[in-house]
Design a protein around this ligand. Structure first.
Ligand SMILES: O=c1ccn([C@@H]2O[C@H](COP(=O)(O)O)[C@@H](O)[C@H]2O)c(=O)[nH]1
Length: 235
């Protein structure tokens, strides 16, 4: 069974630390650090969380010209994180530049290369918004499938998508991760997420790992909620 990756979307380091204090005993979950904390505290925060024994998914969703992404990825990989992200819409050349940069950075710092994951269509985008605002006139399923195939052929290690997009996915993807955010246990509000599933559905539809933020971070008892989601996810 794959990981539950907890999204640490906190406004301040102390709030993040108070939350992490719930997870200091036993097997530590993988934690996802995104723009909000990284733009404030930078690489020092990554080191601090690593020192506590957590594996890190650094989610900065790079999307720029290949040279810029390659150089950015070089720096990210030097941090020794386990996962990182680019946008699949940046195209094949950009995704390949990202992998190259990650490999060079990892080699130069003598650490393992982070898995480079390609974000397909954000789980906050509905099919209607994709049609009306992105002017894409195929279905969400076809669009995500096309981006999954593009990312696989480019050599990325996996994709980020909604588990809903995996329900009817065809193809033979070897050593490829399907990591799905937009996880909402029954009764938890969707907020800005549009393409959501429960942990059970994520497993049934083919997610390899799930990303869960607010259902755990906003819980009065984060460890208990994490354990409940883990139980449901790993049934
Ligand atoms: O398509 C995507 C890509 C990334 N995310 C990230 O996952 C978490 C989800 O948090 P929740 O609080 O469980 O909604 C968040 O950090 C996003 O940046 C995503 O939701 N969808």
């Amino acid at each position: 069974m794959g990981d539950i990756i907890i999204a640490l979307d906190f406004s301040e380091k102390q709030k993040m630390q108070n939350f992490l204090n719930n997870f200091q005993v036993g097997k530590k979950p993988v934690v996802k650090i995104g723009m909000e904390l990284f733009y404030q505290y930078g690489p020092a925060l990554i080191k601090e969380v690593q020192r506590q024994g957590f594996k890190i998914f650094l989610d900065l969703k790079l999307n720029d010209i290949p040279n810029t992404v390659e150089r950015g990825m070089f720096q990210i990989a030097k941090l020794g994180v386990q996962y990182t992200t680019v946008h699949a819409l940046g195209g094949t050349e950009m995704m390949q530049a990202a992998i190259r940069g990650a490999q060079k950075g990892a080699t130069s710092a003598n650490v393992n290369r982070p898995l480079v994951l390609a974000v397909t269509e954000l789980t906050s985008i509905s099919e209607k918004v994709m049609h009306d605002e992105q002017n894409i006139d195929i279905s969400m399923r076809e669009q995500v499938e096309s981006l999954i195939n593009l990312s696989y052929k480019a050599g990325t290690d996996g994709v980020i998508c909604s588990a809903l997009d995996l329900k009817e996915l065809d193809g033979n993807f070897k050593n490829f991760k399907f990591i799905t955010p937009g996880i909402r246990p029954l009764g938890f509000e969707k907020s800005d997420q549009k393409r959501v599933v429960t942990p059970t559905e994520a497993r049934q539809f083919g997610s390899t790992d799930i990303v869960v933020g607010r259902p755990i971070t906003r819980s009065n008892n984060p460890l208990k909620t994490y354990q409940q989601i883990f139980k449901e996810w790993s049934k």
